[in-house]
Write a protein that binds this ligand. Structure first.
Ligand SMILES: NC(=O)C1=CN([C@@H]2O[C@H](COP(=O)(O)OP(=O)(O)OC[C@H]3O[C@@H](n4cnc5c(N)ncnc54)[C@H](OP(=O)(O)O)[C@@H]3O)[C@@H](O)[C@H]2O)C=CC1
Ligand SMILES: CC(=O)N[C@@H](CCC(=O)OP(=O)(O)O)C(=O)O
Length: 309
């Protein structure tokens, strides 16, 4: 029998991309509500009651409201959640849905009722920093800076409208007050004790992102050690690839992983100058959101992790 899945926020940027990945799958039956009733708590409650898993593709407040709504339906309703918003990423009782990050994560996701999907920038930043902290190549209290550029779909329907009507600039830097919503999860899930400085930007392209960690090298922390540590950490992972020396060349294209659930890591720099950059490239709507949500859904349902991806 097919598994019943409700996408709350099905008409949004993330929701639509999940819908595309699930439509046509014989092992999934989508529970839907009429578009006009998409914000009606009664209709959403009915859909949650009918579903095994609800995927929340909503603003943070609406995601919190959805969980409260399900809890208000009583003990007979045992719908499980994947929350794509920022609302529960560092919350007690929620499993962080990053299967490749550490041994045991897949089992934790498979058995969880509440799974929070990592943020898009966070996926790139954590993928780089967490293994380097675990291996002792970055001290937990090291002062790090993370730079990133995202396609404009990362800002959801509102930012997409600004680019489509031509009112947004070709490139902008933001997050300047150092209060970006991804900073708490980046700090917590990397094992850092010091909050990194985060410098995100948006460019005039729809999808894709590059996240960079500039690093000064020192004894024991050279380019080969960084690359070998990341390669060992992600060995055998289907959706995370660590590139060999010299790849992908002199320019990094943030759109290179678009349409896939892949995250590609590469290490650059020069041991003689002691300066390096570690880069993650991913599709903000792929491994950064909708692809990751489908991967987590597959794990929660005991299916092939890569189904539909
Ligand atoms: N875009 C991205 O790259 C990523 C987004 N996310 C997260 O996913 C979530 C959704 O983002 P995104 O898809 O970009 O946003 P969008 O603005 O594109 O979509 C949000 C959707 O939620 C609907 N909605 C808003 N309030 C309610 C409500 N109370 N009840 C039901 N539906 C509601 C909106 O309806 P309507 O438009 O009709 O008002 C819209 O369809 C956010 O929390 C975001 O942080 C996560 C990773 C990456
Ligand atoms: C380009 C852009 O605006 N990006 C968003 C982050 C993407 C997103 O919505 O965040 P989650 O991954 O946490 O859901 C921002 O900086 O707020």
């Amino acid at each position: 029998m097919a598994h019943r899945v409700f996408i709350d926020g099905e008409a949004g940027t993330t929701g639509l991309q999940i819908l595309e990945r699930l439509q046509g799958r014989e092992d999934i039956e989508l529970v839907s509500i009429d578009h006009e009733r998409r914000k009606d708590p009664v209709a959403r409650g009915e859909a949650m009651a009918a579903a095994e898993i609800a995927i929340l593709c909503l603003p943070d407040d609406a995601a919190r409201e959805a969980v409260a709504l399900a809890e208000g339906l009583g003990d007979d309703v045992s719908v499980r959640f994947i929350d794509a918003s920022t609302a529960h990423r560092t919350a007690e009782g929620w499993v962080y849905g990053f299967p490749e990050l550490a041994a045991g994560n897949r089992d934790a996701i498979a058995g969880a009722r509440f799974v929070s999907n990592p943020g898009c920038y966070s996926t790139g930043a954590i993928a780089i920093v967490a293994p380097l902290v675990a291996a002792g190549l970055i001290a937990p209290d090291e002062a790090l800076t993370i730079n990133a550029v995202s396609g404009y779909t990362g800002g959801g329907k509102a930012l997409i409208a600004e680019y489509e009507d031509g009112t947004a600039p070709p490139f902008f830097v933001y997050g300047l007050t150092q209060a970006h919503k991804h900073l708490p999860e980046i700090t917590k899930k990397t094992g850092l004790s010091a909050r990194p400085v985060f410098a995100p930007a948006v460019g005039n392209f729809a999808q894709g992102m590059a996240v960079q960690l500039p690093l000064h090298l020192r004894a024991g922390r050279d380019l080969a050690a960084l690359r070998a540590t990341l390669a060992a950490h992600y060995e055998g992972q289907q959706f995370i690839r660590v590139l060999p020396e010299g790849e992908p060349g002199a320019r990094i294209d943030p759109t290179a992983m678009n349409g896939t659930n892949m995250l590609e890591l590469s290490v650059h720099g020069d041991d003689r100058t002691g300066c390096a950059t570690v880069v993650a490239v991913l599709d903000n709507l792929g491994k950064g959101a909708s692809g990751a949500a489908v991967q987590n859904l597959n794990l929660m349902l005991g299916l092939d992790e890569a189904a539909g991806l």
